[in-house]
Design a protein around this ligand. Sequence first.
Ligand SMILES: Cc1cc2nc3c(=O)[nH]c(=O)nc-3n(C[C@H](O)[C@H](O)[C@H](O)COP(=O)(O)OP(=O)(O)OC[C@H]3O[C@@H](n4cnc5c(N)ncnc54)[C@H](O)[C@@H]3O)c2cc1C
Length: 193
Amino acid sequence: MHVSLLNEVSMLMFMKPEKIVSKGIPMHARRIHTPLGKKYSIPYGKKNQYILSVDRANLNRELLTAAEKYSNTKLYFGHKLIECNAELGTLIIKSSRSGQLPLEVTYDLIVGCDGAFSTVRKQFMRQTRFNYSHEYIPHGYMELTIPPRDGDFAMEPNYLHIWPRNTFMMIALPNMVITHGHGSVGLGWSLWG
Ligand SMILES: Cc1cc2nc3c(=O)[nH]c(=O)nc-3n(C[C@H](O)[C@H](O)[C@H](O)COP(=O)(O)OP(=O)(O)OC[C@H]3O[C@@H](n4cnc5c(N)ncnc54)[C@H](O)[C@@H]3O)c2cc1C
């Protein structure tokens, strides 16, 4: 990523808060739901401090718009990274459209941000003396949706709701996208009982 693009990202996040922050939902505290149905709060900080529940799709859109402003930026949508050579700075990418030949592009700097099954990392692993380990935690994850109730949030919106249950827990975040629903309800439980 270009340094001025990094500045732009910082600007976007810190100097133009309305782009992201105004679309986020402040969560001032964790809202704990006990097995007996009682609720209590654990604040994230002082009275005016909070964390934000942010729409990730909007964040991605804004970051892409920020990147597009630079004439030396070229975005390849629908392309998959097939191979990379960090020493030569080359990437081989292939369009998902049929009949397209792989494309080789060269850069001064490659930043690998292609997730848990990273192709960039796989290329590093082909080098000698490159250590890598991968360990799974004994938990699973399921995402559910709580729809709005009478056009409003189904639960108090300005909290991260948590149902801690010893070896597993459920969390719920408020989400504007599902028109005031609690969009992401994460359920994490142990796969080993
Ligand atoms: C179900 C679930 C819920 C989560 N909820 C939250 C949450 O509420 N809050 C939170 O903070 N974190 C959450 N996380 C964690 C968060 O999503 C990850 O930590 C974060 O996305 C990791 O970012 P990343 O850039 O490393 O990888 P990713 O977000 O996985 O991004 C990798 C990108 O690279 C692309 N890619 C991969 N391989 C190639 C290739 N060969 N060629 C081209 N592109 C490629 C992928 O398509 C993807 O777009 C959640 C994770 C999961 C799985």
